[in-house]
Design a protein around this ligand. Structure first.
Ligand code: GDP
Length: 290
């Protein structure tokens, strides 16, 4: 059965359904309440939680369980299906020549993720290059360069150039032999106009195949505005959620995926270049409900 790894209170509530073949409205209410609690704790957007729980409630009460299916498994299946429906499979990333641009606020983990993704593509037999266009954050160049060295991938940046668009253009030229170009961009503390203007210009210059929004797993309810803004300005095709090695559950990713009509591409699980995983829904959903 899916979702073996559930949080204890949800498991307890579901276990009360053990042995039952029919499920009452009261049972459904109790399960749904428990799921709401878990999702809100995991920082999933409030309106999204309400929408999800309404769907679960409606289906659990209206659908006929397949004969012989215990009520517990039936409800659990619906919960899982509704979450999978929302969250989807991991973002499709063909193993071929492409340009990927990263967007996100400062500290979200863009620079780290750029090197991790380059490492990941190199393990798939491709030749990636990281292009660092962050001229805003002191130290971004050195950090990116060091991480690219650790990932053993090509790198382009220019600490003496303060024009990110020019760096992006030169970076693509300088690394033209590479087949996967990962363009890191500057973040800010908030969604200021100059951040948005800058990333729009970089996007127009590098013409990425896909732009990924990098979000810290602890982002919480702030995910909505960020996702909307970046999607509006550069078009977000997928989400990278970082720092999942911490305690945050990453529910903000659900909001971002929902707002941008995209999916999750990668998960960051540590500070080293190897600490990256392709997203897969089952483990992530278990964590959200756990
Ligand atoms: P940027 O400003 O978006 O480029 O963010 P950075 O890549 O510099 O990351 C900000 C901080 O978060 C750095 O100290 C990183 O080492 C750390 N970081 C990034 N990703 C992860 C992750 O998946 N796990 C952990 N524990 N730390 C991370």
């Amino acid at each position: 059965m899916v979702l073996d790894d559930l949080g204890s209170s949800l498991r307890g509530t579901l276990d009360k359904l053990r042995g039952k073949s029919r499920i009452s409205e009261e049972d459904v209410e109790e399960v749904v309440k428990e799921i709401q609690r878990s999702l809100l704790q995991a920082d999933v957007d409030v309106s999204l939680v309400m929408e999800l729980s309404d769907n679960i409630k409606q289906r659990a009460l209206e659908e006929e369980p397949p004969s012989g299916t215990p009520a517990r498994d039936f409800v659990l299946r619906i919960v899982y299906e509704e979450l999978v429906d929302l969250i989807g499979d991991s973002t499709e990333l063909p193993l071929e020549e492409q340009t990927i641009m990263l967007a996100g606020l400062q500290g979200s983990g863009k620079t780290t993720s750029a090197a991790k993704m380059a490492w990941w593509f190199s393990k798939k037999g491709l030749r990636p290059a990281v292009i660092q266009t962050d001229t805003f954050r002191p130290g971004a160049y050195d950090q990116a360069k060091q991480m690219a060295e650790r990932a053993e991938v090509e790198f382009y940046g220019d600490p003496d150039n303060d024009d990110p668009v020019d760096i992006a253009r030169k970076g693509l030229e300088a690394t033209e032999d590479a087949d996967v170009h990962i363009v890191d961009t500057a973040g800010r503390h908030a969604l200021e106009d100059d951040l948005i203007d800058e990333i729009e210009e970089i996007e127009a210059t590098v013409d990425p195949d896909i732009s990924l929004l990098v979000l810290d797993a602890a982002i919480g309810q702030g995910a909505k505005e960020q996702a909307q803004q970046f999607d509006e300005s550069v078009g977000i095709g997928g989400v990278v959620i970082t720092k999942l090695d911490g305690t945050a559950k990453g529910g903000g990713a659900l909001t971002a995926v929902n707002e941008t009509d995209s999916s999750i591409a990668f998960l960051g699980t540590g500070e080293e270049v190897q600490d990256i995983e392709r997203f897969e829904p089952e483990g992530f959903i278990s964590r959200l409900l756990g």
